[in-house]
Ligand binder design. Structure first.
Ligand code: EPU
Length: 457
């Protein structure tokens, strides 16, 4: 067992940084580099938010304690742990060789109603519904919240639950899902859209269903494969995760028997650091990442002329010339392995600094261009064509500004813009950035960024 039941002082410090909430108003002050290449050193990638959040929904599938490590210490994880505790899951934190670790035990008395306020704070709360329904036979939940990046319907989840035999009722903004007597049964479910969280939710629900479930046209994101691989090590029978069709043979409750899930590295964080390095670093090493997960980004950066060195678990971006010598390229976001929607805002920031005109087409969400006016105020030349498309013309010098972070990925794009810009920027609504990036300012300080976190009194 690689885990010991104690918390290190650095983890305690990080945990206290997690006491932030939308009510705690903080801002960043950044002194920009004015287009100079000055950043250097090494920056480490943390465990993937969108992998850790899903394994934290899995304890309901287990008859013993589930151990998880390399968990990013971020707001969304804290809020999901609050929900787990409210549902009766026992949670304890530990130190491990691979960072922050948790032991999660759902063997006691469990509740099946998600607390409204907490569930509405993050989209990932919906992933709990599959395992809770499969384990307890019923789940009640409000429409999930999360970043305001589009409509974010849940029809695929509801359709999947019905196909597994459950009844679905909706009243006053609450969903009440009940499994048939005898429990969920296997079914064939074809997704109208390859939704990431619906794939994870229905895959986990099917683990405890009777018989065989086939999920078709599902998402391929690496976090789904990591989840399935671990569940299989603990007794699940899932085949095809990472392809468009997943087959699950139902089994009794899983047993972890001390096995530890190591959260894979965050590919969106790695990609964002790569973009920052391409714009503002002389020589930046990104460690603890999985380069094959960001191939779609590496390909376009290389096409633009950026020098990226791919190592074993590392990326290095080493360039001497000004970004204006890089060439622009068009981007169309796509489900994995295409260009990720979560890197759309950082890549638009990149495109403002390089030469040429680019069409950026956000195909997944209709509300993911809300940061564009912020970049335009800084001096970027971006024309919004419709809620899905922008034309970016570069290079344009950016100047420091007061910015409002609209959501966590766009918030990081604002940070990158502020680092590149000339003069001082203030970024408000830091809470949105803390939702997804652990101690971001400490890591940026380590590579030479001039950044301060200010808590408003
Ligand atoms: N969709 C439906 N019906 C549904 C579910 C989804 O039509 O029932 C549509 C959505 O409206 C969207 C498309 O399907 O157009 C794909 O959405 P998806 O369900 O895949 O998104 P998600 O599962 O809610 C996850 C990540 C997002 C990431 C997207 C796409 C988590 C917790 N969230 O969201 O991450 O952008 O996949 O890769 O895993 C983030 O980390 O900042 C973030 C927003």
């Amino acid at each position: 067992m690689a885990i010991s039941p104690r918390i290190t002082s650095s983890q305690q410090k990080a945990s206290s940084a997690l006491n932030s909430s939308p009510e705690v108003r903080e801002h960043f002050i950044i002194k920009g580099l004015g287009g100079k290449r000055q950043l250097k050193g090494t920056i480490a990638v943390r465990g993937a938010k969108n992998a850790a959040l899903k394994i934290l929904a899995a304890p309901f599938l287990f008859s013993d304690t589930l151990y998880v490590e390399n968990i990013p210490q971020i707001e969304d994880i804290e809020r999901l742990l609050d929900i787990l505790k409210a549902l009766g899951v026992s949670v304890s934190s530990h130190s491990s060789k691979y960072g922050f670790a948790l032991a999660l035990d759902a063997t006691g008395t469990l509740q099946n109603k998600l607390p409204r306020v907490l569930a509405k704070r993050l989209r990932a709360s919906i992933v709990l519904t599959g395992p809770i329904l499969a384990r307890t036979g019923r789940v009640l939940f409000p429409h999930p919240g999360g970043c305001l990046i589009g409509a974010r319907p849940i029809d695929i989840f509801l359709d999947g639950f019905k196909k597994l035999g459950a009844s679905v009722k909706e009243k006053n903004g609450w969903y009440d899902i009940t499994a048939p007597r005898g429990g969920l049964h296997g079914a064939t479910i074809r997704f109208v859209n390859p939704s990431v969280t619906a794939t994870e939710t229905l895959m986990m629900a099917a683990v405890l269903a009777k018989g065989k479930t086939v999920l078709k046209n599902v998402a391929l994101e690496p976090e789904i494969e990591a989840l399935a691989d671990f569940l299989n090590q603990c007794g699940a029978r899932i085949q095809g995760a990472g392809t468009t069709t997943i087959e699950i043979m139902g089994t009794p409750l899983l047993r972890a028997s001390g096995k530890v899930y190591k959260t894979p590295p965050d590919r969106i964080e790695a990609g964002s650091f790569l973009i920052l390095g391409a714009l503002a670093a002389k020589d930046l090493r990104i460690t603890g990442c999985e380069p094959s997960h960001v191939e779609a980004l590496i390909d376009v950066l290389e096409l633009a002329g950026v020098n990226v060195e791919v190592g074993d678990g590392t990326l290095r971006v080493k360039n001497n010339s000004h970004p204006k010598h890089f060439k622009s390229f068009d981007i169309k976001t796509h489900e994995y392995p295409g260009f990720p929607t979560d890197l759309q805002a950082p890549i638009v920031t990149f495109l403002t600094q390089v030469s040429g005109q680019a069409l950026v087409f956000e195909t997944i969400f209709e509300g993911r261009l809300s940061y564009v006016p912020e970049l335009v105020r800084m001096g970027a030349d971006i024309q919004v064509c419709d809620p899905h498309r922008v034309i970016v013309r570069g290079p344009t010098a950016l100047s420091g500004h007061e910015l409002e972070s609209p959501d966590l990925r766009a918030g990081l794009a604002c940070l990158i813009a502020a680092i590149v810009a000339k003069g001082e920027s203030v970024i408000h609504n830091v809470y949105t950035i803390d939702r997804g990036y652990e101690q971001i300012e400490e890591r940026l300080l380590g590579i030479g960024v001039d950044i301060k976190r200010i808590t408003n009194s």
